[in-house]
Design a protein around this ligand. Structure first.
Ligand SMILES: COc1cc(O)cc(C/C=C(\C)CC/C=C(\C)CC/C=C(\C)CC/C=C(\C)CC/C=C(\C)CC/C=C(\C)CC/C=C(\C)CC/C=C(\C)CC/C=C(\C)CCC=C(C)C)c1O
Ligand SMILES: C[S@@+](CC[C@H](N)C(=O)[O-])C[C@H]1O[C@@H](n2cnc3c(N)ncnc32)[C@H](O)[C@@H]1O
Length: 327
């Protein structure tokens, strides 16, 4: 317990420190400051490689970026089939629940970061299209004196079936986006959808641009989570909402035991058999164990400036949806 507390304290201090450092870096104040609470780089000119985690491995930040890129480049073609196999389709329910929480309104501008092969974007388009159709029907029903020809005409003249809603999928990986675009073509998604290559830590968008920012199973892979959260805050309009679906912490000891067994004994095997890639799926389960708990992540979101931050654990905490507002 004491060890756990001191680890939590250390990780908190580390987070605070990295915030201070980033502010200084951004303002150009301290390019030669030490790289951590115990760093001693102030006299040296050369930049030390800051260490981080890639699963259970300790690597430099640059190495992590490359390794994460390689993982998703390698799994891209089998990514969707792997998710259905590994989760027995449960990931679809988690993603549907994210949309239910979002409840987009007509005209919502969504940015889906680490959007990969487009699962969240396609759900968003289905949702807003169904909502817009329903709204149109209600409006037409209210105009009872229209003939059926006039009603048909109104439907045909409707130019934007999304009611002005738009989604931008942003991901750092070309291969994941390529599969996403192929899926969009095959499933007939075209209007209201854009694909952008970009890093969650340095989003290629102006300030105050989107109503909703989503990130599903993405933030765990980012090198500086706090920086990605600040970018989310920057690109959201005042009043905009941040929603994150991510693996989290299982608190029931029995379920936790079974979950560990399944994660470490089954997932990498499935990765090898289906995708020919044991290592990427070993990274998946290890990276889940490195990710902060529901409460710790809530604090990080607050630290980035979000307000009214809440979370909901799903499937015994295997995943959680965090929500926050830019007010
Ligand atoms: C490289 O990086 C990645 C690659 C990707 O393809 C995906 C991601 C990101 C992830 C997603 C987009 C989500 C979809 C992917 C997953 C859910 C895979 C990750 C899965 C886990 C970490 C494990 C948890 C899985 C689930 C809750 C799904 C349901 C699975 C089961 C109920 C297990 C059923 C399996 C069998 C019956 C096969 C036989 C298994 C054994 C002999 C081993 C022992 C297993 C058990 C005793 C059962 C396991 C029990 C649990 C998992 C606990 C269930 C708890 C409740 C239902 C409350 C990416 O980053
Ligand atoms: C597990 S996939 C999630 C894809 C999709 N959101 C889903 O729910 O199926 C993780 C995605 O995060 C992307 N990613 C990793 N690091 C990133 C970063 N720094 N910026 C943007 N995307 C990143 C990967 O390329 C990958 O497509």
């Amino acid at each position: 317990m004491a060890t756990h507390r001191s680890c939590a304290l250390w990780s908190y201090c580390g987070r605070r420190w990295s915030r201070v450092m980033r502010c200084c870096r951004l303002s150009g104040l301290c390019s030669s400051w030490p790289s951590g609470p115990l760093g001693a780089r102030h006299l040296s000119q050369e930049k030390p490689a800051t260490e981080t985690h890639f699963g259970f491995e300790t690597v430099s930040e640059e190495e992590k970026r490359g390794k994460v890129y390689h993982v998703f480049e390698s799994v891209a073609k089998k990514y969707d089939v792997m998710n259905d196999m590994m989760s027995l389709g449960i990931h679809r329910i988690w993603k549907d629940l994210l949309l239910c929480k979002m409840r987009p309104f007509p005209g919502t501008q969504l940015l889906d970061v680490a959007g990969g092969t487009g699962d969240i974007a396609f759900r968003f388009l289905n949702y807003v299209q169904a909502q817009h159709k329903g709204k149109q029907k209600r409006q037409l029903r209210a105009q009872q004196n229209l003939s059926w020809e006039e009603i048909a005409k109104k439907y045909q003249n409707e130019e934007d079936p999304l009611g002005g809603s738009r989604v931008v999928v942003c991901d750092i990986n070309k291969e994941m986006l390529k599969i996403g675009k192929q899926k969009a073509r095959a499933q007939g998604y075209k209007a209201g959808l854009a694909w952008v290559l970009g890093d969650a830590e340095e989003l290629p968008f102006d300030d105050d641009k989107f109503d909703v920012y989503t990130i599903a199973f993405g933030i765990r892979n980012v090198t500086h989570i706090d920086q990605a959260l600040q970018e989310a805050h920057r690109v959201l309009k005042p009043g905009g909402r941040f929603l994150c679906l991510e693996f989290s912490q299982v608190n029931n000891p029995l379920i936790s035991r079974l979950y560990d067994l399944y994660s470490f004994q089954v997932i990498p095997v499935l990765g090898e058999v289906i995708a020919g890639d044991w290592k990427s799926y070993q990274y998946l389960v290890e990276s889940i164990r490195q990710f902060p708990s529901q409460e710790e992540f809530r604090e990080m979101i607050e630290d980035a400036g979000f307000e009214k931050v809440t979370y909901e654990s799903l499937t015994s905490g295997i995943v959680a949806i965090h929500s926050g507002f830019k007010l």
